[in-house]
Write a protein that binds this ligand. Structure first.
Ligand code: IPE
Ligand code: IPE
Ligand code: MG
Length: 241
């Protein structure tokens, strides 16, 4: 699938991707699971190139969920180190391409301090860019995000700066991890699983869902283009007729 067949005037304002299938990709090769995670790096950066080529403005990728702590400690440790090293390796490239990097998720323990430091350095370094915003959902859960927003609302109500009867969808939106990000128009999940696994519950309320059997390490910009093409073939109604 080439980029030419995509209507540039009807691009999704925000694309979310659940990067799934690394472990199965490795198992197919009789390799340990971490080999699949490593192979996913090239897939991610080719996808980012594809997003830039298309002119997408917001791309959010699911890198580590609040549920992924339940994995074996060796895999969890690998993923913490891997994500830090990935930022070290790729920060120059992202900066040169004018990609603003943002992390969404909870940054406190048990996320290692040296990963949080690297995240904050990368965010600061790329903060001025607006060509593409790459949001990395890390220690992210849609429910945790809504719980955090509810806590913020409760604090404001207790402080007397927000009246309970005035709480609206806007009040919730304003307290999300990235309030400025537009709603997700297109949500892609790889590896054949057809569920959203606690990703962007609020933001993807009206997203078009595209599932592909491709395992994440085999994903690339052509797969992104074909997902955008499938999105453009959908009829969106938002409750209207
Ligand atoms: C997605 O691949 C990456 C993360 C969740 C970190 P998986 O590791 O879930 O791979 P499968 O689903 O077991 O194949
Ligand atoms: C979702 O994938 C999380 C990420 C891709 C980071 P999982 O592989 O953790 O989801 P489940 O467990 O299959 O729902
Ligand atoms: Mg998985």
């Amino acid at each position: 699938m080439s980029a030419e067949r995509i209507d540039r005037d009807r691009l999704p304002a925000h694309v979310g991707i659940i990067m799934d299938g690394n472990g199965r990709w490795a198992a197919q090769r009789d390799e340990p699971r971490h080999v699949g995670h490593s192979a996913g790096e090239a897939a991610l950066f080719d996808t980012v190139e594809g997003a830039l080529e298309l002119g997408l403005r917001y791309l959010t990728v699911y890198a580590f969920s609040t549920e992924n702590w339940k994995r074996p400690p060796t895999e969890v440790r690998f993923l913490m180190n891997f994500n830090r090293d990935l930022l070290l390796r790729r920060a120059d490239e992202l900066d040169e391409r004018q990609v603003r990097v943002r992390f969404i998720g909870r940054r406190g323990r048990p996320v290692p301090r040296r990963l949080v430091d690297m995240i904050e350095r990368t965010e600061a370094r790329t903060a001025r860019h607006r060509r593409l915003t790459l949001q990395v959902a890390f220690n992210y859960g849609g429910r945790a995000e809504l719980v955090d927003a509810a806590r913020a609302i409760a604090r404001d109500a207790a402080a007397g700066t927000l009246k309970p009867d005035r709480v609206s969808a806007k009040s919730v939106q304003a307290r999300l991890y990235e309030p400025e990000a537009p709603d997700v128009d297109l949500l892609v999940r790889t590896s054949g699983e057809q569920r959203t696994s606690n990703f962007l519950l609020w933001e993807a309320a009206y997203a078009e869902l595209v599932f592909t059997d491709v395992l994440w390490p085999d994903f690339d910009r052509r797969e992104l283009f074909s997902a955008v093409r499938r999105y453009q073939d959908r009829a969106r109604r938002f409750g209207r007729v």
